[in-house]
Design a protein around this ligand. Structure first.
Ligand code: G3H
Ligand code: ZN
Length: 274
């Protein structure tokens, strides 16, 4: 009788990506069909994946509802699905997400006491914590970058974080891929820490640059805008073609978003890593 090996911890799955020179796609979802698109794409590519809901999405769908949805899809998936709470704006909601079964949380802000407290709570729950070492901007670049190695070491030590979100030149909520990543900076950061690095605002970055970043230390790539756009375009096409049943047009959205998600999973080197 074969005994299934215990599932690796969520943090271990992400560390394996950093060590293996590939990245996990972390796709934002807001409802059933967008969450299913994420999991089905990962299954089609035999890849581990991060299904993430933001605090904004929780305001829309209810944190407990999204948590239940995520846990259910994770439980029945044939590949590792990490349930991540993205862009938490306050500690209390992030703690609630951990209680509701999220594997990991990201908290905006850089208060070392709050970050450490939440990181310790995540670790006590068997999960991981993503800290925002640098803020990835929305639109025009004005983000502050910290290039001092001692400051980086101090931040990692004081925050107890497991994942580090850094600014490499991307920008949030961009419909076009005009960003260019600073690979010299990425290599310096990857030399300074073995922690998995996180890239936010990846919709703004061309796929070939994302593929290169995944080989250089970025192990989690956050994607929302480009997937949502694919979903919405397909819904629009279905409505224009006369669909009036939500299963038809939301189903079309799910299929289109899944296809786009598979492209990202392949580009990041995650295909076949499950
Ligand atoms: O945390 C989520 C991401 O950073 C999404 O960024 O909408 O620019 O793809 P994006
Ligand atoms: Zn983000």
């Amino acid at each position: 009788m074969t005994v299934a090996a215990p599932a690796a911890s969520a943090a271990a799955v992400i560390r394996a990506a950093r060590a293996g020179g590939y990245a996990l796609a972390a796709f934002n979802a807001v409802n059933l069909e967008t969450a299913q698109a994420v999991v089905r794409a990962a299954e089609a590519q035999s890849a581990p994946v991060i299904l993430q809901f933001s605090q904004n999405a929780a305001r829309h769908g209810g944190l407990a509802n999204l948590a239940a949805l995520g846990r259910s899809l994770k439980a029945e998936a044939s590949v590792p699905v990490l349930l991540h709470f993205d862009h938490a704006e306050d500690e209390a909601v992030a703690l609630q997400a951990l209680k509701l079964g999220f594997d990991g949380v990201m908290l905006e802000g850089d208060n070392p006491v709050t970050l450490r407290r939440l990181a310790d709570a995540a670790h006590d729950a068997g999960g991981y914590f993503e800290a925002e070492y640098e803020v990835v901007v929305k639109g025009e670049r004005s983000g502050e970058r910290h290039d001092d190695p001692a400051q980086l070491a101090q931040f990692i030590q004081s925050s107890h974080c497991d994942l580090l979100a850094v600014d490499l030149g991307s920008a949030h909520k961009q419909e076009s891929k005009n960003a260019r990543l600073d690979f010299g900076r990425l290599e310096r950061l990857a030399d300074l820490t073995s922690l998995p690095l996180v890239l936010h605002g990846a919709s703004s970055v061309p796929l070939d640059e994302l593929a290169r970043a995944a080989m250089l230390g970025v192990a989690k790539v956050n994607l929302a805008t480009d997937l949502t756009a694919a979903f919405t375009r397909a819904v629009q096409r279905a409505l224009d073609a006369g669909a009036r049943d939500p299963r038809q047009y939301l189903g079309a959205g799910r299929g289109a978003m899944g296809a786009r998600a598979e492209e990202y999973i392949r580009a990041l080197g995650g295909a076949g890593q499950a």
